[in-house]
Write a protein that binds this ligand. Structure first.
Ligand code: DGT
Ligand code: CA
Ligand code: ZN
Length: 583
């Protein structure tokens, strides 16, 4: 039996859909694969069991031909149909799909009429204005494609945080599990919880004599695609996911200094060194040294900071953004912890575009030990996400009331993720918004805006007295779409004036509001909420990734809406609404 993962099955089905589009197959056929991918992705049952029991044949939306293919894929780990299809096109052609705004239909045309097979060839063709003559393309398209290519080049060597974290944790387990390893820790941008990560850094300590055995173990691990460098103090590998990981091995005495150094950031390190210098101490990855070159022994990172007269600086804050001064003055905030989270706000259900039902979402949230869940499906004009009409929204309310009655120890708040329309008005009438416990407002349509347009649109929406939370403030998608520009001073002034909470969207593709602005929002007296924007039960877990971003923004539990109890959150909602939550 193969060990193919559900995500891989989903990715292959999606890719088949795209390949069929590239071939110019009829839309029904291609859509069947995209639909199947979505269905499989949303399944809570084990895929292997569904295949073994034959149950896969009974799933609505998966026809018999598709069921056969999924069975072949899950049982053998391969799919001949896919491999043949894949062989019809050069690999580099599929790379073109990564360019924003370039879909299979356009790529097919570029391939057939201009013979373009790769990003490099496309870039040249754009510069020579070869596309302008093609039907459906123009000078504007050439410009947009060139911008897209620039974007990809700029970010192609970075990875989403959650992807790097999964790989990093797996490698960390493998390294720290080696019997000769004394201490080991993840370092670099991953430890600092940066929103994207270039490569994974691991620091370990061991006896000199054991280094080679550990390096052999590391470079020989399952899931290592290639070994970039193999030394006895440093080795680098590339994993199957295409992520580079560096392992550095030092003596146990050096471990704290090396860990601090390789955690970074570079800017933080530089600032630490210049502070140390003022005390007559030399600081580098090997140690802290007095003027006579003797080592100041530190057993761990905490002692390094103590020697330098500082409080311990959590890794998330090490960005040279005032943390050193704050640590010297004992003014670092007590950062919010994952365990401070009391409830989850911003969740979708199958009523709009979620993969799990209201009941399943509630069940899953209860299992996470939470006190409450804030349901916020899409609003009426978001037709592609099956947004709720007023009638369906009210019908959802009835089911929420029933569930609240069923679970007296748990609270379900009824809200919406209401679209901000292009003129800044909202997608439900005021009397409908008034019926809800809370209202998240977000921009999903007409994202191309100047700073002035975007700021005015959002500020106008925030002025509506029913609004509780501003969702994913910039609309960015990390590594693929820049958010619209905002005037943050105006945005925060409005949030303060209208008492609107700002979301830290904890979906790792968004992490929006950006942590660099989180601290500023807090300092202006704005509350933030760490929201998963969950579209499935698994998505609820993103909340905890978002806590890392909240920490990077210097937030304490007090600053975070959903680190408050159900009663406190209800009070905050009620204060904004001006009347009580209906129960
Ligand atoms: P990234 O780009 O996501 O991998 O970000 P980092 O911070 O993990 O950067 P990386 O992997 O190049 O280096 C890890 C840490 O090692 C970095 O945060 C600070 C330290 N480091 C590396 N090279 C230098 C350097 O030339 N000077 C200083 N001061 N520190 C360095
Ligand atoms: Ca790194
Ligand atoms: Zn949204």
């Amino acid at each position: 039996m193969s060990a193919i993962k559900k995500e891989d099955v989903v990715a292959i089905l999606e890719e088949i859909g795209v390949l069929l589009e590239l071939k110019g197959e009829n839309p029904f056929k291609t859509r069947a694969y995209h639909n199947a991918a979505r269905i499989i992705k949303g399944l809570s049952a084990d895929l292997l069991e569904l295949v073994q029991s034959g149950e896969i044949r009974n799933i609505k939306g998966i026809g018999s031909a598709l069921a056969e293919k999924i069975t072949e894929l899950v049982t053998t780990g391969r799919l001949e149909y896919y491999e043949n299809l894949r062989a019809e096109f050069p690999d580099s052609l599929l790379e073109l799909l990564r360019i924003p705004g370039l879909g299979p239909r356009k790529i097919k045309k570029l391939y057939e009429e201009l013979g373009i097979q790769s990003i490099e060839e496309l870039e040249v063709a754009c510069r020579q204005h070869q596309l302008a003559s093609l039907e459906g393309f123009g000078a504007r398209t050439e410009e947009k494609i060139l911008e897209g290519i620039q974007f990809i080049k700029q970010y192609s060597d970075r990875h989403h945080y959650h992807v790097a974290l999964a790989v990093g944790e797996r490698l960390y387990e493998a390294v720290s599990g080696h019997p000769a390893v004394i201490r080991a820790q993840l370092a670099g941008s991953l430890r600092r919880c940066k929103e994207t990560v270039k490569d994974i850094d691991i620091v370990a300590s061991a006896e000199d004599k054991d280094r080679d055995a550990i390096m052999d173990h590391f470079t020989g691990l399952d899931g290592v695609k290639s070994v970039v460098a193999r030394g006895s103090t440093k080795s680098s590998i590339i994993t199957e996911e295409g992520i580079q990981a560096d392992l550095r091995i030092v003596s146990d005495m050096q471990f704290p200094y090396a860990l601090h150094h390789f955690t970074g950031s570079r800017e933080h390190n530089t600032a630490m060194r210049s502070h140390a210098k003022k005390l007559g101490i030399k600081m580098n990855e090997y140690g802290l040294f007095r003027e006579d070159e003797s080592l100041i022994a530190c057993a761990n990172e905490e002692e390094i900071f103590a020697v330098l007269g500082m409080d311990y600086i959590p890794p998330e804050l090490r960005e040279d953004m005032g943390e050193i001064e704050a640590a010297l003055n004992h003014r670092l905030p007590g950062l919010v912890e994952k365990s401070d989270i009391r409830g989850i706000i911003h969740a979708h259900t199958t009523d709009s575009d979620g993969a799990n039902s209201l009941e399943e979402m509630v069940e899953a949230c209860r299992h996470l030990g939470m006190q409450y869940l804030g349901i916020s499906d899409h609003s009426q004009s978001v037709y592609y996400a099956n947004g709720l009409s007023v009638e369906r929204l009210r019908e959802q309310r009835r089911r929420i009331d029933e569930l609240n009655a069923k679970y007296p120890d748990f609270r379900i708040f009824h809200g919406t993720e209401c679209d901000i329309l292009s003129d800044g008005s909202l997608d439900y009438p005021d009397d409908v918004l008034a019926e809800l416990d809370f209202v998240i407002i977000s921009v999903h349509q007409k994202l191309k805006m100047s700073e002035k347009e975007a700021t005015e649109r959002i500020v106008r929406a925030m002025a509506n007295p029913h609004v509780t939370i501003l969702g994913h403030p910039t609309g960015r998608l990390l590594l693929s779409r820049e958010g619209y520009p905002l005037n943050y001073a105006e945005l925060f002034a409005a949030a303060r004036e209208y008492e609107v909470i700002i979301e830290i969207n904890a979906n790792p593709h968004r992490f929006d509001l950006d942590w660099r602005y989180v601290r500023e929002a807090k300092e202006r007296g704005i509350m933030l909420s760490v929201n998963p924007d969950a579209h499935s039960t698994a998505g609820l877990m993103d909340t905890f990734l978002g806590v890392g971003i909240a920490r990077k923004g210097w937030l304490t539990a007090e600053d975070v809406l959903n680190a408050h109890s159900a009663d406190e959150v209800e009070q905050i909602f009620v204060k904004k609404k001006g009347h009580s939550c209906v129960r």
